[in-house]
Design a protein around this ligand. Structure first.
Ligand code: PGA
Length: 251
């Protein structure tokens, strides 16, 4: 299995900045063969960055998608439009979308379904808040988000989904889950997926970790058995830091 390293640029970088950054990545980034690298710029930069990435090994993701094919939905972007702009992946259900934009598990499931119908590969984000962790509810929350997020999705499509475990308390806070904490949840996600969809699918599922990942902590996280990549926010915005992350060595 190739590990999946995704740079989530959030609401950073203008079109010009994104273009220049992508040019440098294409020219300079050394990607070991056992990993796949994806960047997720903001909507306005997608088409321009897609042209820069061209035939390179770096893939493009969007950070959000609407659940309808087209229509009178001011301010929204459809999965077909994202494919047309050059995206292969889409991040769905990021905790910032859940918290600031009221995305529920039901909305997330509809987005997932729309993405899959258009051939986009969803990266489904799940994770507990600090209060939920302190109440000992982490695994219950995770199980619920998986069940609701993937409800009624065709078995044939589930293989295109990756799951990002991002504890909300670790995002942008500098507080990373310890490799052991992350591994515990990742193993639980895999066993939940195994119970729901079978051993083969669960074995191939990429479960990536997100929340204050940087080049200093990625090696240890990646040495855990069920951690198959990383969703990187802040540390993906700088070329040197992102390059070091991509070249991580398990420790
Ligand atoms: P962070 O963000 O790496 O800045 O914590 C991760 C994310 O939100 O995907």
């Amino acid at each position: 299995m190739q590990s999946l390293i995704v740079g989530n640029w959030k609401m950073f970088k203008t079109v010009r900045e994104a273009e220049l950054f992508a040019r440098r990545l294409v020219a300079e980034l050394e990607i070991p063969p056992d990993r796949e690298v994806v960047i997720a710029p903001a909507f306005p930069a997608l088409y321009t960055v897609a042209a820069v990435l061209g035939g390179s090994a770096i893939k493009l993701a969007a950070q959000n998608v609407h659940d309808q094919v087209q229509g009178a939905f001011t301010g929204e972007v459809s999965a077909g439009m994202l494919i047309d702009a050059g995206c292969k992946y889409v991040i769905i259900g990021h905790s910032e979308r859940r918290t600031f934009f009221g995305e529920t598990d039901d909305i997330i499931r509809r987005k997932l379904s729309a993405a899959l119908a258009s051939g986009l590969r969803p990266i489904l984000c799940i994770g507990e808040t600090l209060a939920e962790r302190e109440q000992g509810a982490t695994l219950t929350v995770i199980a619920g988000q998986i069940k609701e997020g993937l409800k009624n999705i065709n078995l044939g499509d589930i293989g295109s989904v990756s799951i990002a475990y991002e504890p909300v308390w670790a995002i942008g806070t500098g507080k990373t889950a310890t490799p052991e904490q992350a591994q515990e949840v990742h193993a639980f996600i895999r066993s939940t997926m195994k119970d729901a969809y079978g051993k083969e699918l669960a074995g191939k599922l990429r479960i990536i970790y997100g929340g204050s990942v940087n080049f200093g902590n990625i090696g240890k996280l990646m040495s855990e058995k069920d951690i198959n990549g990383a969703l990187v926010g802040g540390a993906s915005l700088d070329i040197e830091s992102f390059s070091e992350i991509v070249k991580y060595k398990e420790v």
